[in-house]
Design a protein around this ligand. Structure first.
Ligand SMILES: CCCCCCCCCCCCC/C=C/C(=O)SCCNC(=O)CCNC(=O)[C@H](O)C(C)(C)COP(=O)(O)OP(=O)(O)OC[C@H]1O[C@@H](n2cnc3c(N)ncnc32)[C@H](O)[C@@H]1OP(=O)(O)O
Length: 275
């Protein structure tokens, strides 16, 4: 299919370390296909696309990052299962796992600022930007900031969806980088989202919805007139607009993943006009 660098809306092809702060020298910018590794392609004559494309330092750094993130989200999954088995309720779950969640979800900003924007990985800046910023928003400006909603069932919905997704996604990247991608990991990466994406988004929207009365009552994060800057901001209406923005944005993310699925699992050639 078309080279990564030729896809509009996508980050440029990976850069060498001397060219970008976070990257390592690459051997070639030649396209490697989408299966994420030579083991899938069965190509034994040449090094895999990933090895050609990324230098040793970048591969090592990405592998370390992805292993750490897989481990982090696994720890979160185990903590959630243990909590539920011990307490038999979701009440108090968020409080018990919040530190781990905040840490690993916030660290994911690296993927936007370092990997995607710098072009280390051929991921879509726009898709990754919407994905990461909406998660950071949910973690810090909703669930962390509005304590009364932390025990809502909807919080569990997005926590479980995010956790399963991230364990699958980071292990997919790790195994791909190591050129030993088991088919079931690839299959999980490009099938689980079909259910988990809508479930996660439903959890997020229901949580924001549950937050609305508290935000309205408290006037939190809002700026009222009159003030010396003559500026007003109403967090309540901001949340309504944010909820509405899921309507145009979520289908784009979902269809992006469906296109990726067709490309990776079924080898379809897809020319993306825009992300
Ligand atoms: C300020 C307020 C803002 C509010 C905004 C509101 C609107 C919000 C609307 C919608 C919000 C959605 C919120 C999210 C909810 C959930 O997550 S619910 C749980 C379910 N979620 C999912 O299933 C997420 C699925 N989406 C993805 O996984 C996306 O792929 C992605 C993470 C967003 C990235 O997109 P994409 O560009 O398709 O990247 P990939 O295909 O994964 O990667 C492209 C290539 O880059 C390589 N790569 C990427 N990252 C890495 C890495 N860390 N390490 C190594 N390599 C990496 C990848 O392997 C690909 O390489 P090639 O194989 O060579 O192409």
């Amino acid at each position: 299919h078309a080279p990564d660098g030729a896809i509009p809306g996508r980050a440029p092809p990976p850069l060498a370390l001397s060219e970008a702060r976070c990257a390592a020298p690459m051997a070639s910018s030649e396209e490697d296909g989408t299966n994420g590794g030579a083991s899938e392609a069965g190509d034994e004559k040449e090094p895999s696309g990933r090895r050609r494309r990324l230098g040793l330092a970048a591969t090592a750094w990405l592998t370390f990052y992805n292993i750490a993130m897989t481990a982090g989200w696994l720890v979160l999954a185990i903590a959630m299962v243990r909590f539920y088995m011990e307490k038999g309720t979701h009440r108090g779950l968020y409080k018990s796992i919040q530190k781990t969640l905040k840490f690993f979800q916030t660290v994911a900003l690296i993927e936007l600022t370092c990997f995607s924007l710098q072009g280390i990985v051929p991921t879509s800046v726009l898709v990754t930007g919407v994905q990461v910023s909406s998660r950071i928003f949910m973690v810090w400006l909703i669930t962390h900031s509005i304590k009364p909603i932390q025990n809502e069932e909807s919080v569990v919905l997005f926590l479980v969806s995010w956790t399963v997704t991230e364990i699958t996604r980071y292990s997919f990247y790790t195994f791909s980088l190591l050129d030993h991608l088991p088919y079931f990991v690839k299959w999980a990466r490009y099938n689980f989202f079909i259910i988990l994406y809508p479930v996660g988004v439903a959890g997020e929207l229901l949580t924001i919805y549950a937050a609305l009365p508290y935000v309205k009552k408290s006037g939190m994060f809002s700026i009222r007139l009159p003030n010396k800057y003559n500026v007003s901001f109403d967090y309540y209406y901001f949340l309504l607009i944010t909820m509405a923005s899921y309507i145009p944005l979520f289908p784009q993310l979902y269809f992006h993943m469906l296109r990726q699925r067709r490309k990776v699992l079924h080898g379809e050639v897809i020319v993306e006009k825009d992300d």
